[in-house]
Design a protein around this ligand. Structure first.
Ligand code: PRP
Ligand code: URA
Length: 209
């Protein structure tokens, strides 16, 4: 069974509530997605490896920790995942960024992949797959399938709001991948939207409705 981490922090909870409000406009929505992503990434990355480095302070020589290993890769699922990238790069400015394009068919609710470009040496990197919404789980499951097909092994996924149905589908399909969530909502409706959710994340980030 995959590890599911519910990030429990009053700042994240408050900002997710603001995000949900119908009255929150595109500009504020984008800012909140970015801030929540940064706060969630801080928790998600708490086990990043470090190594000791010899440095000199103004006072003396000392051995202190610095981040170790290959640069992580942040992989947003287009479109809505794009809104999460800036907040994460604020913490990891030299991370590589890949892209996976997916959209859900409005009738079948099944994901369709239309683009995939991952950074090189993906097998050696920590990979953070990001998408604000985990609804049926189809998009995230397929995105992780593709990343694994291309050699990715060390994968964490970060979603702001999830449904119980999506968590079940994802953890059954990818039991080896850790999942980090900002909120777990009640259920999906008949259009496979998360309830209470926040509506269509892509449209609210990009102002397309
Ligand atoms: C949304 C969201 C996820 C997906 C979640 O994207 O950003 O990628 O739906 O649904 P699922 O778990 O049922 O697959 P959408 O397909 O609306 O595309 P967009 O980001 O381009 O708006
Ligand atoms: N995609 C969204 O943007 N919102 C949902 O509630 C479900 C899928």
């Amino acid at each position: 069974m995959a590890d599911v981490h519910y990030i429990d922090h009053p700042l994240i909870k408050h900002k997710i509530t603001m995000l949900r409000k119908e009255s929150t406009g595109n500009m504020e929505f984008r800012k909140l997605v970015s801030e929540i992503s940064m706060l969630m990434a801080y928790e998600t990355l708490s086990d990043l490896p470090t190594r000791d480095e010899e440095i000199r302070t103004p006072i003396e020589e000392t051995v202190q920790p610095v981040l170790d290993g290959k640069k992580p890769a942040v992989i947003p699922i287009l479109r809505a995942g794009l809104g999460m990238v800036d907040g994460i790069l604020a913490l990891l400015p030299n991370a590589k960024v890949g892209h996976i394009g997916m959209f859900r068919d409005e009738e079948t609710h099944k994901p369709h992949a239309y683009y995939c470009k991952l950074p090189p040496f993906i097998e050696d990197r920590l990979i953070m797959v990001v998408d604000p919404m985990l609804a049926t789980g189809g998009s995230l499951c397929d995105a992780v399938d593709e990343i694994k097909k291309q050699g990715g092994r060390n994968i964490k996924c970060m979603c702001i709001i999830a449904s119980p149905e999506g968590v079940k589908a994802f953890t059954e399909r990818h039991p080896d991948v850790e999942l980090y969530l900002g909120a777990l909502d009640r259920c999906l409706n008949s259009d496979c939207y998360i309830c209470p959710g926040l509506g269509d994340a892509g449209d609210r980030i990009f102002g397309t409705k």
